[in-house]
Design a protein around this ligand. Structure first.
Ligand code: GTP
Ligand code: MG
Length: 193
């Protein structure tokens, strides 16, 4: 898809602040610093629309980006960031639950994992949670540029296996550095917008 318009609409921390429109939404989820914001930038072809960082914990709010006035990408703060206080973590949990459990516009959750590593227990919890809520899920195994080509299918298989009973979720290997498989990503996204 050719993206002609991509803008931040709001950074929200609670429901009252969500956009009052009915256009569809696709949310990004995943471990802190895994590459969620970079994924959005690369897929829409804007280098720096979404702020990224080599330090974890960059995204702290639910950030709604309108794409061609057709749908929103919702960039969600990552989990598993150690430098967070207990009370902040509880606030994060509430913010996430409120969004995932009540937002009717939410069509798809894209879970970003690192292709080099086995998913963490929090990744597995996230897959179980989204599946339990009956929200469609797509897994992106990012940082594909960091492993050699002949290891890709082995890594994808290992990631799939770690999700146990939910191992039928589609997984696309992807690189925000090289754009590899961007067309496959759009093909999946188009089914939901
Ligand atoms: P938080 O907002 O902190 O939760 O992080 P995030 O998941 O949004 O990660 P972000 O996109 O900020 O990326 C984190 C780091 O990983 C940055 O240094 C990126 O440049 C790097 N990165 C992201 N995707 C890729 C990729 O596909 N390949 C490589 N080589 N680096 C990547
Ligand atoms: Mg981010």
């Amino acid at each position: 898809m050719k993206v002609t318009k991509a803008e931040i609409v709001i950074s929200a921390v609670s429901k009252a602040q969500y956009p009052k429109t009915n256009i569809k939404e696709i949310a990004l989820a995943g471990r802190s610093n895994v590459g969620k914001s970079s994924f959005i930038n690369r897929v829409i072809g804007r280098k720096n629309l979404v702020r990224t960082s080599s330090k974890p914990g960059k995204t702290r709010t639910l950030n709604f980006y309108t794409i061609n006035d057709l749908f929103y990408f919702v960039d969600v703060p990552g989990y598993g960031y150690a430098q967070v206080s207990k009370s902040e973590r509880a606030k994060w949990g509430q913010m996430m639950e409120e969004y995932f459990e009540t937002r009717e516009q939410l069509q798809l959750v894209i879970l970003i994992v690192d292709i080099r590593h086995s998913p963490t227990s929090e990744d597995i919890q996230m897959v179980d949670y989204v599946t339990y809520l009956d929200i469609p899920l797509l897994i992106i195994a990012t940082k594909l540029d960091k492993i050699s080509k002949n290891k890709v299918s082995q890594h994808v298989r290992q990631i799939k296996q770690s999700f146990g009973k939910n191992n039928n979720v589609p997984i696309i290997p992807f690189s925000a550095k090289t754009s590899e498989n961007k067309d496959l990503v759009w093909r999946e996204i188009k089914k939901y917008i």
